[in-house]
Ligand binder design. Structure first.
Ligand code: ATP
Ligand code: SF4
Ligand code: MG
Length: 320
């Protein structure tokens, strides 16, 4: 049986006035049904560009997507648009950081959630409304009957986010893409949303979870992929990753993670900046910031196997 999601050699670029932004260069990833894969990395490293390529939700014509993205063996990049639209929502659910990306300001939220069901399934209006209410309850909307009659602007940001999550998950898609789903939420709602994702995942869906928060990865993910400057620099089972990250960038990210010992103190920031995606530097893209850089690092390292199910894009991994 093919994996749920199989991405091979993905390249994403954006045509801009300054030239071509090489947002993603050669990313390959696999996700099985029983997995939550955490995709982490600093801002601008290409996480959203990678994730939004899957349902082809990047702005056209600015974005060019090349490579192969298979969902259960079906090539999404070559699928005609009407068929892809059918898959969005039903088989692929996307949760964005900004809820207004998927909510219409002109319709009541209950209607919007019910309409998603009606678009994909032959059910009566009453049954769709009932399902919508059940899901608004499931994502923790207090007083869902009256709130379902509200327009998005009448709800708080956290509540809009929960409606959007209901919208993305109501058809119980096989693949859930969650791009910073909890960043805008307070801690209590964040825990509820993560719990919801965990439960859905147990119902046999695979989750691609993008986050800045290593604590969320620790709690949720079975595997971790670290992106830096448009490419994967480390991929590993979560337990092995947290026990001993192999790539110096992954180690720096973990050092920046707040722990009981560092709580209340400033985070350990990674010195320097991600290089410009208009012209990636030759050699290892992390070289300017890497405390371990040595002569060989002027060559661009491939992903090097470094343990059971692990790879790291670092010449030091050759020694492991
Ligand atoms: N529509 C666009 N037009 C031009 N450049 C873009 C566009 N969208 C993204 N980019 C650029 O592509 C690169 C990767 O962006 P992306 O949004 O994937 O980063 P990210 O890892 O998701 O960051 P963040 O953590 O801030 O969300 C960045 O340099 C970004 O500026
Ligand atoms: S290849 Fe060299 S510069 Fe790059 S992460 Fe490894 S040690 Fe650092
Ligand atoms: Mg992003």
């Amino acid at each position: 049986m093919p994996p749920l999601l199989d991405i091979t050699d993905l390249h994403v670029s954006f045509d801009t006035d300054d030239g071509a932004v090489q947002a993603v260069t050669g990313v390959s990833l696999r996700l099985e049904r029983d997995e939550v894969l955490g995709l982490v990395g600093e801002s601008g490293c290409g996480k959203s560009a990678t994730a939004l390529s899957i349902p082809r939700l990047l702005p056209r014509p600015a974005a060019t997507i090349e490579g192969r993205i298979l969902l259960d063996g079906c090539d999404l990049l070559r699928l005609p648009m009407p068929e892809l639209r059918q898959l969005r929502g039903r088989r692929i659910g996307v949760i964005f950081q900004d809820p207004m990306t998927s909510l219409s300001p002109l319709h009541r939220v209950g209607e919007q959630v019910a309409e998603t069901v009606r678009l994909h399934e032959k059910v009566s209006a009453a049954a769709a409304r009932e399902r919508a209410l059940a899901w608004l309850t499931e994502v923790g909307i207090p007083d869902p009957v009256s709130r379902s009659r509200a327009y998005p602007h009448e709800l708080s940001g956290g509540m809009q986010q929960r409606v959007m999550i209901a919208l993305a998950l109501i058809l119980e898609p096989d693949l859930i893409i969650a791009d910073e789903p909890t960043t805008a939420l307070d801690v209590t709602i964040q825990a509820q949303v993560l719990d919801l994702l965990r439960r859905l995942h147990r119902r046999n869906s695979g989750v691609l979870l993008i986050t800045h928060d290593m604590g969320v990865v620790w709690e949720m993910c079975s595997r971790v992929a670290v992106m830096y400057a448009g490419e994967i620099v480390e991929e590993a089972p979560a337990e092995a990753f947290f026990a001993a990250p192999q790539h110096p960038y992954a180690r720096a990210l973990l050092d920046a993670m707040p722990s009981a010992a560092t709580r209340g103190r400033p985070l350990h920031a990674i010195p320097g900046q991600v290089p410009s995606p208009l012209a990636w530097p030759s050699g290892c893209r992390f070289r300017d910031r890497c405390p371990c850089a040595f002569a060989r690092c002027i060559e661009h390292p491939p992903l090097i196997p470094c343990g059971e199910g692990r790879t790291a894009r670092c010449w030091l991994a050759e020694a492991t």
